[in-house]
Write a protein that binds this ligand. Structure first.
Ligand code: G3I
Length: 300
């Protein structure tokens, strides 16, 4: 394949990017997106604060603009995200206990109802673990330890057609406490029949030239539990070519690693822009890391 998506599609995988609605008027961005990518994620527009600005009053304007552009250009869409400690609707801040739990359930039903049958994946729950592998303390966690499984059961009922993912960062290193905490939750969900289809590893890498230890082992270990895995928000400090090649090869080596998404397209799109972490430079030219990813996709 001569593009990221063509190379990924050779093995039935996708290659995705993330965009904000402000990029819909950026012809440089749109040209590369249309040429290279076959999956799109909204960086902020489908998050809880964006989609439910007032209780029970949903706003899908910008989420729909991104969705429509992507679909019109032959892409699929990952939904991001439904339940998270950050970017919550303001009114969640004055709720707790069963009232907050119900607001979460209502939010999932409202947003998933709108996108029913349209999305490939939903990040149902985002970043719910602390670095040591315990649950992150948050207002949602304080509604009871079962909040995550309630979110997934609600999601399955709201749209049985979309794959339901748990998504987190710093779960790439197999030896790390947080990775093990998430692994045990997925194992528990699978053993008890809690609906979950995939784990998203955000893959925000910093520094060095080697991957976090046993990255491929992490992917294959999650997959062995009976879920798909995906690299959902990839960026790498200074676009280390060895790390980009390595993370791509790791995904290619694991049959249930279904795709890779970078968190933006050009360095100027990135939340870590000063670290130049993406595959295209500020002039829309592919960087050496682009070639290393393309070669790794084509080698599989
Ligand atoms: O839209 C307002 C604008 O009106 C205002 O003038 C400006 C001033 O700061 O802020 C703008 O909102 C910002 C928004 O991005 C849109 O650019 C927020 O402040 C800023 O906090 C927000 O950052 C987003 C961040 O999530 C928030 O948690 C990033 O764009 C987004 O890339 C980032 O994405 C997260 C994933 O969802 C989860 N994993 C980590 C990843 C990176 O942090």
């Amino acid at each position: 394949g001569t593009t990221l998506k063509a190379a990924a599609e050779r093995s039935g995988r996708y290659f995705g990017a993330a965009m904000g609605a402000d990029r819909l008027s950026d012809s440089g961005f749109l040209t590369i997106a249309n040429r290279e990518f076959d999956m799109m994620t909204a960086v902020n527009e489908m998050k809880p604060d964006a989609t439910e600005p007032q209780r029970g009053q949903f706003n899908f304007t910008n989420g729909d603009r991104i969705y429509n552009w992507a679909v019109q250009h032959g892409m699929r869409v990952r939904g991001h995200t439904l339940a998270w400690h950050a970017q919550q609707p303001w009114f969640w801040g004055s709720l707790s206990g069963s009232a907050l739990r119900q607001a979460m359930i209502d939010h999932i039903n409202g947003v998933m109802g709108h996108y029913k049958g349209k999305l490939a994946y939903w990040d149902v729950v985002n970043e719910a673990f602390a670095e040591d592998g315990s649950r992150r303390n948050s207002n949602l966690q304080q509604t009871g330890n079962d909040w995550i499984e309630v979110a997934f059961r609600t999601a399955r009922n709201a749209d049985p057609s979309v794959k339901l993912c748990y998504n987190d960062y710093n779960i790439e290193n197999w030896s790390y406490g947080k990775t093990q905490g998430v692994y045990r939750m997925i194992q528990d969900f699978k053993s008890r029949g809690v609906p979950i289809d995939c784990v998203g590893l955000q893959t925000h890498f910093t520094g060095g030239s080697s991957l976090p230890s046993n990255f491929q082992t992490t992917l294959s270990s999650f997959a062995a539990l009976g879920v798909d895995v995906a690299l959902t928000e990839v960026d790498v400090t200074n676009s280390s070519t060895t790390q980009y090649a390595g993370l791509t090869q790791a995904c290619m080596n694991v049959p249930r690693c279904v795709g890779i998404t970078t968190w933006g397209i050009r360095d100027s799109d990135s939340w870590r822009g000063s670290e130049n972490p993406l595959l295209f430079d500020r002039n829309s030219n592919p960087k050496p890391a682009y070639t290393s990813v393309l070669n790794a996709l084509n080698a599989a």
